[in-house]
Ligand binder design. Sequence first.
Ligand code: FES
Ligand code: FE2
Length: 451
Amino acid sequence: MDNNKFIQQDFRGYKQSVVPKIDEALARTDPNTPCGEYLRRYWHPVALTSEVSEVPKEIRILGEDLVIFKTSKGNIGLVHKACPHRRASMTYGKTEDEGIRCCYHGWLFSPDGKILETPGEDPESKQAKKIRETFKLGAYPIIEFNGLVFSYLGPMDTMPEFPHYDSFEIPGNISSPYRIDYDCNWVQVLDAIMDPLHTSFLHGQSSGLQFSEGFAEVGEIEFYERGIQYLGCNTRRINENVWVRVNELILPNFTQAGAAFAADGTKSKYFGRSSFTRWVVPIDDHHCVALAWANFGERGDPIEYNNQEGFERIEAGEISNRTKEEKQRSPGDAEAVEGMGSISSHKGEHLMPTDKGIMIYRRRIRKLIKDLEEGLEPPQPQKTKGEVIRTNGQDTVLKAPKKDNNDKEYVKLICSSVMKMQFNFEDMSLKDRDHNIIKNLKQMEARGNFE
Ligand code: FES
Ligand SMILES: [Fe+2]
């Protein structure tokens, strides 16, 4: 055997066998970590309403062990798992009218953590009276909205207003709550939304068409950074049409895209809305959950996908419960992001121009974490109190025949004109904005002029 042949071929396995260290700053979200503190400045969904009952349920969020329950009167509580008396698990607590009673010595806690009763202690005991009056079980405020339970896990004096997005009320839309759990760090799942190129490969070429016609085309990639809103556009040429698809991230973890099945690039579409309205929430450093609504109707996906299998396909391109072989044959988002390992090493990546969206949003989060460490609170998605946040995740498919001399530039121009026009209408009322965007898209198409 001639070793020289191998040496000349420059095999680099050994040289590159050490996996670079993980990106602690973004990956760690437990209490008292910089990113954990940053994320604790926002409302996050923590469970589906359907998961909450009078039987306490153990959940982890941002590395905290918590218990969520509903009292017999219907009030939801989200509390620390460990009872403050002797740390028995509240998972074994019994819910009552007023709260949850620890199984071990019967202390009763209200949903906001107040110690209502310490029944085993002498009623005259000063110590028991004192603890009832001065101490509490750790608890978090919750808001239950349209099938999702949201909570705020940060300091009470910086609690922001619950954000209201325009996609909460798209006329004629049916929104169904869903959850998909991932066995990996939250950043890996979030990255995919700022990576519009992967839809052409993972969901179009590598696994065959997982969504609809046109997905396999590789489009022109463009990114927009607007405050803490990040938009990643993949604009594809599909025969006589140009399909502008916009993925959206609003920091820290709100995501939308276009439709999964309804937009296929072959039929005209004017400002179609996202197949999901979704948050990627860390469970701990090695797990996260997408809690979301899947959106159905004229502006979203076809109603036939309004079931568990449909949610899984919308979320990840494939159903979750499959054999390893099936996953290898047709990987979806879960395989792509979990396959990196539970915390991927960013230093081991080689980011390309098409990864610009990932670069800019990660950089921004790092900056916001640093600012917070220096005492500057991070910006909220709503700029003013009560504002309904305008979102831009969408599909638009316009008839725009090919320009033989420079179609690539033409496709790019269509994307930038569509986005610019949308941004110009940002301050209109929701109804006017929607109406004007659609009207303008139709006019642009009819004129055949996208300047
Ligand atoms: S450990 Fe909960 S009441 Fe004693
Ligand atoms: Fe994907």
